[in-house]
Design a protein around this ligand. Structure first.
Ligand SMILES: NC(=O)c1ccc[n+]([C@@H]2O[C@H](COP(=O)([O-])OP(=O)(O)OC[C@H]3O[C@@H](n4cnc5c(N)ncnc54)[C@H](O)[C@@H]3O)[C@@H](O)[C@H]2O)c1
Ligand SMILES: Nc1ncnc2c1ncn2[C@@H]1O[C@H](COP(=O)(O)OP(=O)(O)OP(=O)(O)O)[C@@H](O)[C@H]1O
Length: 535
């Protein structure tokens, strides 16, 4: 009988030494197959299997340990980056103050103080000093008491000491305001943190989700920044008109971008009073000077405005001069009427949450090499860029494995961004006031990949694995593309600084108007009355 062999893969191979004898060959084949069956049931193979199972278990344990180590590293790096950013912000602020002589020159101190005082008095605004400079003793936790929160809490403008008490900024010219959560048209007594109450052992939910947020100025706004869509004649004309009106009728200080100031001055030297800034350091400090942001353009201009404020954002009034205008409820023709009532207040606002993203490089030797955070109002997208290969993205939520995205990419979106790219990729539309993060795949190569909505408190990590065929690309509100190489990760969580946007009516009406007018949501001709019906 011809000898039968089993190769390393467990396949049987038969050597036939006498090919001329067909009958004998068939016989030997049959007996070889039998021998193979017998061999397969023998213990050496069984034990090989056992070893393989043991080995793969061990590999899995090693992989798990490696993943945990990588996760620990990523979150430590994210935390380090956040501390670095805070340090840099503080340093920039100190440099700026030093530059202005506020810190060292006592003469300047007094002069500035007097100047500031006289400016306030000229504006009939002595009250503002009290608001900003001397929080009363009862204001131990929230200076506005329990019925609402103040501007410095929403804007978190960093003027707090380590014990989290408000450090009064004597020179701040910013108007202060108070936010309160109203329910069915009434001012609610409940503070924003009263989401649940525990009475007599029962847990009940407060009606937080139905509450409209109202902003009430506690001192008159004095400084407005106008941000405009570039290369638009209608925007340029409106901007010039609005600057003149705000100056002459409302006596406001006005900031515009350097490009816009140059355009205004080309038109007339009248616009010499308009302020601008020179460099990034001054942009970082804008939120300490500006009371209100006005945008003239479409949604892209609102995104642009939000991106200028890497920390706290003053209330934004978005005027619609674009094609879609999901976040721009104010019609530009009626700007006088709208601005008049907004400057008086109170106004309904939508607190639009932003996501804070860190790119963590595998190659970073230490936390100082980690890139600074990027804040997005709509979404961060991780996609395949120009690569023709599927993305392979490992996703974790608070260090638990979520899934691997194999497809064109992944969108991590805010609820404000739910009507933008995420919607086009099949995500749900979510009211902007709902706190959450949307996890929406882009063209997943799988039949069962439904989009997710995760709670606001989670930290998401999207990692390009080492066995990925190509790089991935991250983009932030459709801008600023960054390459993610194998081993790089993007860590994303809710940012502490929302964008407060003024509502035309209220948060819910504005959202519904946008999906009806902007997207023609569920538009269908009404079925006619005549025809068959249930009897
Ligand atoms: N396939 C898509 O739908 C797709 C692709 C790429 C980017 N985008 C979106 O474009 C945004 C960048 O906007 P841009 O103006 O700088 O670029 P853009 O000029 O290309 O305009 C994108 C369009 O998206 C609309 N849009 C933006 N934010 C929106 C929102 N929150 N809700 C509803 N519609 C919104 C804008 O009105 C505009 O019509 C990105 O954040 C992304 O969401 C969408
Ligand atoms: N001040 C600005 N400086 C530089 N770029 C800006 C500025 N404002 C807007 N942009 C950019 O210009 C582009 C178009 O802006 P925007 O979306 O506001 O106008 P639109 O396309 O006419 O309106 P819509 O978004 O409604 O279609 C966006 O990509 C946006 O990022």
């Amino acid at each position: 009988m011809a000898p039968s062999k089993v190769n390393s893969a467990g396949d049987a191979s038969v050597s036939c030494s006498q090919p001329e004898n067909g009958f004998l060959n068939s016989l030997s084949l049959l007996s070889s197959e039998k021998a193979v069956q017998e061999l397969l049931q023998q213990s050496p193979l069984q034990s090989t299997d056992d070893h393989l199972i043991e080995f793969s278990d061990a590999m899995r344990t090693v992989a798990k340990a490696l993943r945990r180590a990588a996760e620990g590293k990523a979150s430590a790096q994210a935390e380090a980056a956040e501390w670095k950013r805070k340090y840099e912000l503080e340093r920039a602020r100190n440099l700026h103050l030093e530059h202005k002589g506020f810190l060292n020159d006592s003469t300047t101190y007094i002069n500035c103080h007097m100047l500031e005082q006289s400016h306030r008095e000229n504006n009939g605004d002595e009250e503002r000093t009290e608001n900003l400079g001397s929080p009363s003793n009862e204001q131990s936790e929230h200076c506005c008491g329990s019925n609402g929160i103040c501007s410095h809490e929403v804007l978190r403008d960093g003027d707090r000491d380590s014990a989290s008490k408000v450090v009064p900024n004597k020179f701040a010219r910013k108007a202060s305001f108070k936010l309160s959560w109203c329910c069915k048209g009434d001012q609610s007594d409940q503070h924003k943190h009263d989401i649940v109450s525990f009475e007599r052992g029962n847990i009940t939910t407060a009606e937080r989700s139905s509450k409209q947020i109202s902003l009430k100025w506690e001192s008159q706004p004095q400084t407005v920044i106008i941000l405009t869509k570039p290369n638009s004649t209608s925007v340029r004309i409106l901007c010039a008109e609005m600057v003149r009106w705000l100056r002459e009728q409302k006596k406001l200080d006005i900031y515009v971008e350097p490009r816009v100031r140059a355009e205004l001055l080309t038109e007339s030297s009248y616009y010499n009073f308009v302020h601008t800034w020179k460099d990034e350091t001054e942009i970082i400090l804008l939120h300490t000077k500006v009371d209100l942001v006005v945008t003239l353009g479409g949604d892209g201009t609102v995104l642009w405005a939000a991106s200028m404020f890497k920390g706290p954002v003053p209330p934004v009034v978005p005027f619609s001069l674009g094609s879609l205008g999901f976040m721009t409820p104010f019609h530009s023709e009626r700007y006088r009427e709208y601005l008049d009532s907004i400057l008086k207040g109170p106004i309904s606002i939508t607190l639009r949450h932003r996501l804070q993203c860190h790119v963590i490089r595998e190659a970073a030797k230490n936390e100082y090499e980690t890139e600074g955070p990027i804040l997005v109002l709509n979404e961060v997208t991780i996609d395949r860029g120009i690569s023709s290969y599927l993305t392979n993205l490992e996703c974790y939520c608070d260090n638990s494995f979520v899934t691997c995205v194999q497809g064109d990419g992944l969108i991590l979106s805010t609820t404000s961004g739910s009507t933008a790219y995420s919607l086009a990729a099949g995500g749900s539309m979510v009211h902007p006031q709902v706190p959450g993060i949307l996890f929406t795949p882009i063209c997943p190569h799988s039949l069962s990949f439904r989009p997710l909505i995760l709670p606001e408190h989670v930290t998401l990590r999207v990692q390009v694995p080492f066995n990925s065929r190509s790089h991935a690309w991250a983009s932030f509100d459709g801008k600023d593309r960054k390459r993610l190489a194998a081993g790089d990760a993007l860590v994303c969580s809710m940012a502490p600084w929302p964008v407060p946007t003024a509502c035309q009516v209220d948060s819910t009406s504005d959202f519904l108007n946008s999906i009806h007018d902007g997207l023609h949501w569920n538009l269908r001709k009404t079925q006619s009355f005549d025809g068959p019906r249930d009897t």
